[in-house]
Design a protein around this ligand. Structure first.
Ligand code: AVJ
Length: 337
């Protein structure tokens, strides 16, 4: 029993720095330009996202919380999980609903943002003194590390963070989840559903400009970490609904012709006036199709819940016993101590 949460850094500062440099170089030299959304989340970015979750237009977090309030006991009953692992846990805010219902022995928050992870793990350690907490700094787009033993385990991926992955990445991720789980382990997924474009666009384009600040923050991260000279006032926040792909697209639009230098990459990048650089996609789902994607990865959906408005869904899936998955490549991240 201790109120000190242990933190294992699977994504070391060196590995993180390398990934940042590689991904930014690739993204800024591609046509059209893009940046991966994981780099939004330094301390300030995590705080800005937290502020987004409280915006009246950003219904996702409230919808998911209301579902979890309703179904957490049932999840506990069905899964009997003694270990809760949460990917992209962030501030672990909604996680409390699961921790209260499950009363697991062990909690493993996994997130790319080390600072946010450490402070939320410490906060949880104080609140749940007998809970064993092993925080993992990692990137869920890399092969998942071997999960801690102590079945049955519940792997949670909430907030519709899955929407940030392109369809190909999503397939890879779901296959990786399925192979990380043993028979009778569980996967809990929160996913935002397709709805009216007006509401979607409003959720990603709030009038107070919090989402704009969040979007621009990635340029601050690049300025700091890659010694870049992005002028934040030369970029605009753009949020569009792509009806064909059924995802929100978030861009930064260069409002003039300009050249940006990233000293750490020895790279100069030219932007045209009006040029769009995509910084995020946020896919929206149809419940039955999403369950089909899980199924294709070898995950059987046992229960799903939506809120009354049908805005958001929580799916509980498991790896059925005797389901043989093609063995995937071994983990690219170290195991959990
Ligand atoms: C944290 C990825 C779920 O896509 O809705 C919020 C991030 N971006 N507003 C989302 C986000 C702009 C959010 N996720």
């Amino acid at each position: 029993m201790s109120a000190i949460a242990e933190t294992a850094v699977l994504f070391s500062p060196a590995a993180r720095g390398l990934a940042l440099r590689e991904e930014v170089r690739l993204g800024l030299t591609s046509t059209p330009k893009e940046l991966p959304p994981k780099w939004f989340y330094d301390r300030r970015g995590s705080e800005l996202f937290d502020a987004i979750t409280r915006l009246p237009e950003y219904y996702l977090t409230r919808a998911e919380r209301s579902i979890l309030e309703r179904c957490a006991d049932e999840i506990a009953e069905l899964t009997d999980a003694t270990t809760l692992i949460e990917l992209g846990s962030g501030t672990s805010d909604k996680t409390r609903l699961l921790l209260d219902a499950l009363a697991p022995r062990r909690f493993v928050p996994f997130d790319v943002s080390e600072e946010t992870l450490r402070s939320s793990a410490q906060r949880l350690a104080l609140r749940y003194p007998s809970l064993e907490i092993t925080a993992l700094v990692g990137d869920f787009e890399q092969p998942l590390p071997p999960l801690p033993a102590g079945e049955p385990r519940l792997l949670a991926f909430l907030g519709s963070t899955i929407g940030n992955l392109t369809p190909t990445r999503r397939t890879l991720f779901l296959n990786d989840v399925a192979s990380a789980l043993d028979e009778d382990d569980w996967f809990l997924l929160g996913a935002d559903l397709v709805k009216s474009p007006a509401r979607l666009v409003a959720a990603y384009n709030d009038p107070t400009g919090v989402t704009r600040e969040f979007n621009l923050n990635v340029l601050r991260v690049l300025n700091r970490e890659l010694d870049a000279d992005f002028d934040l006032s030369a970029f605009e926040h753009v949020a569009r609904w792509n009806a064909e792909a059924e995802w929100m697209e978030i861009y930064l639009r260069s409002n003039r012709r300009q050249t940006v230098r990233l000293a750490a990459l020895e790279l100069e990048v030219a932007f045209d006036a009006g040029e769009l650089m995509r910084t995020e996609i946020s896919a929206k789902f149809h419940l039955s199709r999403l369950a089909g994607e899980l199924e294709a990865a070898g995950l059987a959906t046992k229960r799903c819940w939506t809120n009354d408005a049908g805005d958001f869904a929580v799916l509980l899936a498991m790896r059925p016993a005797r389901f043989e998955l093609a063995t995937s490549a071994s983990a690219g991240q170290r195991s959990i101590p």
